[in-house]
Structures are given as structure tokens and as C-alpha cells.
Ligand binder design. Structure first.
Ligand SMILES: Cc1ncc(COP(=O)(O)O)c(C=O)c1O
Length: 364
């Protein structure tokens, strides 16, 4: 059986260091706001090339905290792609703002910037591009679009699937491209903790000060709560794990890129359509489009190849969100949701396993 993802195999070489590090934390007892959190925030800011980073509880909170830090009027509009994980939309609603959907491109998983233009009005205050599957949205193009409208609109990018990805033009890393950037360290991400964890990065000191407080119950001094915040702190043990795993991310991403290149070059079956990824992509998922997905899934099961869906419902079709988007359709997001399937892109797949996947797909 080729597993969809095997985290144990990926981290085996680091387990010893993690366990001895946890032992030290057990002795120190600095479980909340401990030394490792500070160290990780500095390390991660350096990794992405941003001035500031604030750890938090998870990627969903990271977006909520980023939005709250801007102190926008209630019901301000926030443009998000119709194809993303539910969290992008939930964070907007939980921050008291209104999500406005925008379709994705026809041949890629990324928001269609030409569509964004049609959605901007006087209530628009934020655009949240999502670097879905680790492919990188052209933030510069969105910035130029905003400039042309002469409006004050912030860009908060959802980087949950794009640790280490970069903009092909400037070579700057995701996490340093927008006003605020939000990451998840859910275990299966390109950089994953051993539980829930997230981080927010920014170059703006004022925004940083707000974010720092909001993630810690509105406080940066004991007993002083200036803002109504969340209890969403990156805990010390997760910080330690992330500190030990961060130096491995680029190497693992390179392996993902190599596998993706093999798929791209060698899968050549007319029944399988390959999505376009950007040059600086880190292939969090490798998603293909197939006709008659049910049949294809039966075939993968027979061949003992793991698979996943990212995601089977576009935002407008999620049960909880249907009332927000009644009567709205997003052609390409819906097409991807109905026909997309994620095949294994675990960085530690062996050459034999990769060849088996390619061969099986070509014989479908
Ligand atoms: C695109 C995207 N946004 C946001 C999130 C939310 O992250 P978390 O699960 O850490 O809350 C995820 C991860 O699941 C994601 O993939």
C-alpha cells in the first residue's frame, strides 16, 4: 500500500532530539510563553524574511487574529477565493466581517485576479489570496490592482499550505509578500507540529503590536488587557518541535518539487488533466483532474494507492455557509471540487513508489 502521507517516516531522524527537548521543558515547566516560543518566532521570521512573527494556536486563529488587528468596521468586505479550506471563510466571519467569494483560474488552484477586480467596492477592506496546494498567488499583481483603485485595501495571504514557497520574480518567500501572512502548522503541512499550531508574520510594527496582544488575550503585560483578544498562544512544546523541524523544510520541499516534476513529465494519460503550478511552488498537494472520479477512485483502491480531496466542496457549497452565498456559482472552484483528486506527494516516497504511481495512472 502506498500511503497518502507518512509523517512518522518523515520525522524519524528527529524524534530523539524532540524527546530530550521535551524532557527539558518538563523540568523547566515553561509550558506557556516559554523560551522556545520566542526562539521559534525569531527563526521563522528569518526563514520567511519578515520583521515580525507571532506564534498562535492554529492557522484558523492566525487569520482571525490578523483580521482583528486591523480594527476594521463591522461587516467590512473581505475577498477570498471560492476554493480554499473552510478556515479562510470562517476566520472572516468570526472576526465580524463579510466574506465575498471570487472564482479561481480555469487551469490552476489560485484566485483569479481579474475576478477580484469585479468584486472590489467601497466596503472592500481586505483581500485574502490563498497559496493553495503550495502554488504562489501573484501578490504584486494584486497590489497593483489595489493601487489602481486608489482605495485602502490590505492583503493578508493565507500561507497555510506554502511554507518555503517563493515568488518567482522577486525570489522573496511567502510570508514576506503581503501586509500580513498567516501560516498553519497542522501536522500534515509542509512544516507541521505535533498538534495544532500557527503563526502570523508582518513587517508592520503597529500591526505586530496588535497581533501580539490579540493572540494573548489582548495583553502584552500581565493583568493589562488593552484589547479583546483570543487565548491562542503557540505553546512551548510545539515551538520546540517546530524549531527542530524548521531546518529540514527546504530539503523536504525540494523532494516534493522533484516528485511533482516526475509526475508532470511522465503522467501522460488523456483522461488525466494536470493543474498549472507556479515556479516557486512547494507542492503541499499534487492535484489532478479526472473525468468520472468515482471510477478513478475504485482504480486507485485496487492499485493500493492512497488519495485525498482538497477540497470536495467549494466555500459556497459548504453546509454552514450556503445561506451566505445562496444563488452564487463559481464555475472553476466547483469544477475542481467535483473532479479534483490529490495523489501522494510525500517527500519520502521512494523512486520505486513514484514510478509505480506514474505507471498505474498511465494505465488507467
Ligand atoms: C488553506 C488553509 N487555510 C487555513 C487552514 C487552517 O489551519 P488550521 O488547521 O491550523 O487551523 C488550513 C489548514 O488546514 C488551510 O489548508
Amino acid at each position: 500500500m502506498i500511503q497518502f502521507y507518512n509523517l512518522y517516516r518523515q520525522d524519524k531522524d528527529t524524534h530523539k532530539k524532540i524527546l530530550s527537548g521535551i524532557k527539558k521543558i518538563l523540568k523547566n515547566g515553561d509550558f506557556i510563553m516559554g523560551k522556545q516560543k520566542n526562539i521559534f518566532e525569531k527563526n521563522f521570521a528569518k526563514f520567511v524574511g519578515s520583521k515580525f512573527a507571532v506564534g498562535c494556536g492554529n492557522g484558523t486563529d492566525a487569520i482571525t487574529i490578523a483580521l482583528k488587528s486591523l480594527k476594521l468596521p463591522k461587516n467590512s468586505e473581505v475577498i477570498i477565493p471560492a476554493m480554499t479550506y473552510c478556515s479562510t471563510a470562517f476566520s472572516v466571519i468570526n472576526a465580524g466581517l463579510k466574506p465575498i467569494l471570487c472564482d479561481i483560474e480555469s487551469n490552476s488552484p489560485l484566485i483569479d485576479i481579474n475576478e477580484i477586480k469585479k468584486k472590489i467596492n467601497n466596503k472592500t477592506k481586505v483581500i485574502i489570496p490563498v497559496h493553495l496546494y503550495g502554488s504562489v498567488v501573484n501578490i504584486n499583481k494584486i497590489r497593483n490592482l489595489i493601487r489602481s483603485t486608489k482605495k485602502k485595501i490590505y492583503i493578508i495571504d493565507d500561507c497555510a499550505q506554502a511554507h518555503g514557497a517563493y515568488c518567482s520574480k522577486s525570489s522573496k518567500k511567502v510570508g514576506s509578500l503581503s501586509d500580513i501572512s498567516c501560516f498553519s502548522f497542522y501536522p500534515g503541512k509542509n512544516l507541521g507540529a505535533y498538534g495544532d499550531a500557527g503563526i502570523v508574520t508582518t513587517n508592520n510594527e503597529k500591526i505586530y503590536i496588535n497581533i501580539n496582544k490579540i493572540a494573548n488575550l489582548g495583553s502584552d503585560k500581565k493583568y493589562i488587557h488593552d484589547l479583546v483578544g483570543l487565548n491562542s498562544r503557540l505553546d512551548t512544546i510545539q515551538s520546540l518541535i517546530l524549531n527542530l523541524k524548521l531546518p529540514k523544510v527546504n530539503k523536504l520541499n525540494k523532494k516534493r518539487v522533484k516528485i511533482a516534476k516526475s509526475y508532470h513529465l511522465h503522467i501522460n494519460n488523456k483522461k488525466i488533466f494536470k493543474l498549472k503550478y507556479t515556479i516557486g511552488a512547494v507542492y503541499h498537494q499534487y492535484v489532478i483532474i479526472v473525468r468520472n472520479r468515482k471510477n478513478f477512485i475504485n482504480y486507485l483502491t485496487k492499485k493500493r494507492i492512497g488519495y485525498g480531496f482538497h477540497y470536495p466542496y467549494p466555500i459556497n457549497k459548504l453546509h454552514s455557509l450556503r445561506p451566505f452565498f445562496r444563488g452564487q456559482n463559481y464555475k472553476y472552484a466547483e469544477f475542481l471540487a467535483n473532479n479534483g483528486i490529490s495523489i501522494p506527494i510525500d517527500p519520502n516516497l521512494s523512486v520505486k513508489e513514484i514510478m509505480y504511481i506514474i505507471d498505474s495512472l498511465n494505465k488507467y
